[in-house]
Design a protein. Sequence first.
Length: 392
Amino acid sequence: MRAWWRGTALVAERGIVENVRSRTFKVVTGLLLVLSAAAVILPQLLRSDETTYVLATTQPAAAGLTQALEAAGSAGGFTVSYDVRADDAAVRQAVRDGDATAGLVGDTLYTSMASGTFPVLVAQSLVALEASERLVEAGLSPAQIAEVQSVQPPRQVDVGRVEGARAVVGFAVGIVLFLALTFAGNAIATTVAMEKSTRISEVLLAVLRPSQALVGTVAAVGAVTLVQLLVLVTPVAVAVQVMDDIELPPVAGGDLAIAVIWFVLGFALYAFLFAASASLVDKITEVSSAVLPVTLVLTASYLVAITVVAADPEGPWGVLASIFPFTAPIAMPIRWAGGQVPVAQLLLAMALTAAAAVLLVWLASAIYRRALVITGRRVRVSEVFGTRTDRP
């Protein structure tokens, strides 16, 4: 066993060195670093520090209303500007065109889908002013009116914001894992096809077992891909620590750690499928068509995760998709982000995926060994399982 790991490590070391020295690795890693930094910096540069709402009216707004809105703006960090229009139709048109956030004509308040919560603030201010006038008419003194208006609303406890943000993190993790597995899988397929076409694999198999050569090649590409993923997320992680206005949900750190584990498991599962498919080709140009079935399975897993699992995480199909080995690497991180997955289901899904990956190592090694003896043309699957060799 020690000799097996030693030989595998030598193949992996060779693959890592070749990948790191390649121009493709340098270009892709540089682009990932630039894109990740831009995703953090550009929103900060383009963001406006102060929000301004526009209230359209047909007459100058009442002093009481402007004072109430200015007080709310001071507390909420926004400003309010006023736009006086000719008539009711002009006010409606201003709101419809987006020139005004809301419109006020008499006792009618015009809003749009883009108005947000500002109309609610205007309505509350109008209600408060009207209530004050009626209290004065009822004979209450200013002190009594102030006492009535000082009644505090119920204390609000936000129980959905963290879970909502956590779900966004889980959805993003699913997308990143799908892209990373697709990219790494194609890289492995290209490497295996190149080694077969150049007869490098035959040289390796002269001194190594097929499983050693295959696992070493897969591990090399996996390590390089993991480094590129770390390059992608490092600027975001640094920005979260340095910038006060960028926050992640408190549970996002644990979710991201679980995502890394799922990347390793998903990579081990799909990488050997890509490698086995690529070993059937005779030319590198045939790689895309050879790995198409694996790519379709991976894509189907992603579609199931973002449709079935995201729509109904606790439904029977959502639970099944998050446990089934071929869909679990993408589906379980999305479902786990919902916060309702029992730890036992998470561990079961990881165990089944790991077991499937080990089985695929054996299957892919057998295909890899037998496909190498057939050269000069593309190999059919039936030929692979019907070919017998004396190679150990």
